[in-house]
Design a protein around this ligand. Structure first.
Ligand code: ZN
Length: 168
């Protein structure tokens, strides 16, 4: 049996589905569900963690830690980057956010278990998450055959989104 905890998460029933950007009402609902989920895990979605997630839920564009600090500043005083990083670490740990290494930016993530890839558009900068157990299982098998231990749980693919292909 292959054992690679970084690619798989043994909590198949704990899943909140969404695809950012969410409208404010949908975001509010997702945040409430997330708060409840965190509680069942014994984790706490503190006000700062919640605000960072809220900003991520509102955009399809990956945001850097400084973008996030700026976005949160308009809602009150500016947060120190370290505070933002700590909140991001928590969200990543809980499978609620993902760091796109190729962009050094963060995006809300809804499926920490089955995410196969993030498709990043070079034209508009938006990223979308695709889930495919076929792809993630194949990738995991190939990496295992190579004796390779991945640190990331998803592929990052750059190209053009459907919308940007139509615009010439
Ligand atoms: Zn695009």
């Amino acid at each position: 049996m292959v054992h690679a905890p970084s690619l798989q998460h043994p909590l198949p029933n704990e899943r909140i589905r969404f695809q950012a950007p969410l409208k404010p009402e949908a975001a509010k609902r997702t945040l409430a569900e997330t708060e409840a989920l965190c509680r069942t895990r014994g984790a706490r979605l503190t006000p700062i963690r919640r605000r960072v997630l809220e900003v991520l839920l509102g955009t399809a564009k990956p945001l850097g830690a400084y973008d996030l600090a700026d976005a949160l500043a308009s809602q009150g005083r500016r947060l120190a980057p370290i505070t933002v990083y700590r909140a991001l670490d928590f969200l990543i740990e809980q499978g609620l956010a993902y760091r796109l290494a190729s962009r050094n930016a963060y995006i809300a993530s809804s499926s920490s278990h089955g995410t196969a890839a993030f498709l990043i558009c070079e034209a508009c900068g938006e990223a979308s998450e695709i889930t495919s157990t076929d792809v993630s299982e194949t990738v995991l098998r190939v990496l295992t055959e190579q004796g390779y231990q991945p640190l990331a749980r998803a592929l990052e693919i750059t190209g053009r989104c459907q919308h940007c292909q139509d615009v010439h």
